[in-house]
Design a protein around this ligand. Structure first.
Ligand SMILES: [Zn+2]
Length: 227
């Protein structure tokens, strides 16, 4: 009752539709939870996100939780997660999607979850890495470890000074690093990002993972554009 009373004056807001949350609703309102456009890609090994990587890198399977449309509810949700200082959104979405992934033979046997790292400076500005929050939720329901020390982003100043423009572009693709390769050796990895558009970031990370001995790499994201 006290909680309801407090919420009368400081209502918690659904980050997707902006309506006030009811006391039993966690982070996102039930209406949004039921109406957000799920892709179902975790149950289809041949889907538009997997196809993004064909001929580029041997990623086993790739999926996204939601379809992303400009100025839609999913975009609003992602905006609040990224810039609204609401890491709970990512954790809650991850918990939900973890349950979905457990239904899939492709993802069920994951051994290690790795979020795509943010540049340390950016993470300091935002306070957290949104992909890590999503990973934490996945880790919880999938009962699978998640690490942020295995795949890291190197300091840009370290790699980009004294380089020509061309070399600099080349280096943007190479800023990811794996300081402890033994942690991924022969492991089935789930690589996690917030949004997949061109797949370039995932490709760069996956390349590093394969180079350092990962057994398989699968990919999960919160959203992907409507293809
Ligand atoms: Zn809502």
């Amino acid at each position: 009752m006290v909680r309801d009373f407090i919420h009368l004056f400081y209502p918690r807001i659904c980050p997707s539709c902006g309506d006030a949350l009811r006391s039993h609703e966690r982070v996102i309102c039930l209406t949004c939870r039921l109406s957000l456009p799920q892709t179902g890609f975790h149950l289809q090994s041949d889907n538009p996100i997997s196809r993004l990587f064909w001929g580029r890198i041997p990623i086993h399977s790739a999926t996204a939780m939601y379809f992303f449309r400009k100025s839609g509810y999913v975009q609003e949700l992602l905006h609040q997660l990224k810039y609204g200082k609401q890491p709970d959104i990512g954790i809650e979405l991850g918990r939900w999607y973890g349950n979905d992934l457990l239904q899939s033979t492709e993802y069920r046997n994951t051994e290690l979850i790795l979020p795509v790292p943010l540049h340390p400076r950016k993470q300091l500005q935002r306070g957290y890495n949104q992909s890590e929050m999503f990973s934490r939720g996945l880790s919880e329901t999938m009962a699978c470890p998640c690490s942020t020390d295995v795949l890291v982003k190197q300091s840009e100043t370290e790699t980009q000074t004294r380089k020509s423009r061309f070399r600099r572009w080349e280096n943007v693709r190479e800023v990811f690093a794996i300081p402890q390769p033994e942690a991924i050796h022969n492991k089935r990895i789930l690589l996690v990002d917030d949004v997949i558009t061109t797949g370039a970031t995932i490709e760069a990370c996956a390349r590093m993972l394969f180079q350092h001995g990962a057994s398989t790499v699968r990919v999960a994201s919160i959203a992907a554009p409507v293809f």
